[in-house]
Design a protein around this ligand. Structure first.
Ligand SMILES: Nc1ncnc2c1ncn2[C@@H]1O[C@H](COP(=O)(O)OP(=O)(O)O)[C@@H](O)[C@H]1O
Ligand SMILES: [Mg+2]
Length: 308
């Protein structure tokens, strides 16, 4: 039996979230936030953290700087039970990345300093470690600049080793949606975009057309629909699931938490209706506290919400 249920190679950094800023950010003015939260960020790390909290065995590879923000993010990830023995701490000019999120009522600014995120390379990876798993998940394709040219090769290798593979590209900051995405799809079992990303990846503004195109390339396409829930397309078969009713604090990391909930159920051998429900529950749970992992860290709150 493999050592892990899921291995992940990706970014590890913190999110700094500011709440209660004025809607208009006037230049040169000092503007006050009324609340802040420094919390584990980055799609890859949030998925790993929340998968481990849900009970999956998770191995994580990454590269961070030898700096305070890197150390805090590593501690946070380790507390969840993720194996972090293969996270490399690299002293040097590049520090650990950071995302600053300005939270507004209806929208948010997401400002990322990539730092070491963009410097994770093929040579940082321990392929035997990554392959000692049932499943491999990859997030933030467009932020991982140094690794990106070899991600298809990595997927091909891990498929050959018998793993299933899921991909959540997240947004492309350059909004070009290139870089061999379709080549990647050949090795992907589960693609997990949100609505916008599904359209961008398929090259159409029509969601139904996007799903139909993507379903021809990937066996299972799961589209996250925010407060509308999620849908899964498996060939010509469609499954939908409504979201859970919550009073959200923010939706930072909701998509990553959805990925964790979905994959945990998927690897538990559940049917797609159950996997979608598990994703929606995890996504909704994430929105009840700041950031992507705070609701999962609070054991009492989590157990009450999950009903166990
Ligand atoms: N306001 C909300 N109420 C309930 N569930 C939500 C809400 N926002 C997000 N979710 C859950 O989180 C999932 C992911 O959110 P979404 O915003 O679609 O992804 P992303 O963060 O990748 O953009 C949704 O599919 C849903 O299950
Ligand atoms: Mg997302």
């Amino acid at each position: 039996m493999p050592r892990f249920d899921v291995t992940i190679a990706g970014e590890l950094n913190l999110d700094l979230i500011l709440y209660g800023l004025p809607e208009q950010l006037e230049p040169e003015r000092e503007l006050l936030a009324d609340r802040m939260m420094l919390t584990l960020g980055s799609s890859s790390a949030i998925v790993a953290h929340n998968l481990a909290v849900l009970g999956s065995r998770v191995g994580f590879q990454s590269r961070i700087g030898d700096d305070p923000l890197g150390r805090i993010s590593l501690e946070r990830l380790q507390e969840s039970g993720v194996d972090v023995s293969k996270v490399r701490i690299i002293p040097g000019a590049t520090t650990t990345g950071l995302t600053v999120i300005l939270h507004h009522e209806q929208w948010r600014n997401i400002l990322t300093y990539a730092g070491t995120i963009a410097e994770l390379t093929w040579d940082d990876l321990d392929l035997d470690y990554l392959a000692d798993s049932r499943h491999f998940h990859f997030s933030s394709y467009y932020l991982q600049k140094a690794l990106r040219p070899r991600v298809a090769e990595l997927f091909r290798y891990l498929k050959f080793k018998g793993l299933t593979i899921s991909l959540d590209t997240n947004d492309d900051p350059e909004d070009r949606w290139e870089g061999g995405l379709h080549e990647l799809f050949r090795h992907v079992d589960v693609f997990l975009p949100n609505e916008r990303e599904a359209c961008k990846a398929a090259g159409t503004e029509n969601l139904e057309e996007a799903i139909s195109r993507l379903a021809k390339l990937v066996p299972l396409v799961v589209v996250k629909l925010g407060r509308k829930g999620a849908l899964a397309q498996q060939g010509t078969e469609r499954f939908t699931a409504a979201s859970k009713e919550v009073v959200p604090v923010d939706s930072v990391g909701a998509g990553d938490s959805f990925d964790a909930g979905f994959l945990h159920a998927y690897l538990g051998g559940n049917d797609l209706a159950k996997c979608l429900a598990s994703g929606n529950t995890a996504g909704a749970l994430s929105t009840t506290r700041p950031g992507g992992t705070e609701a999962f860290r609070d054991g009492e709150h989590r157990k009450t919400f999950l009903g166990r």
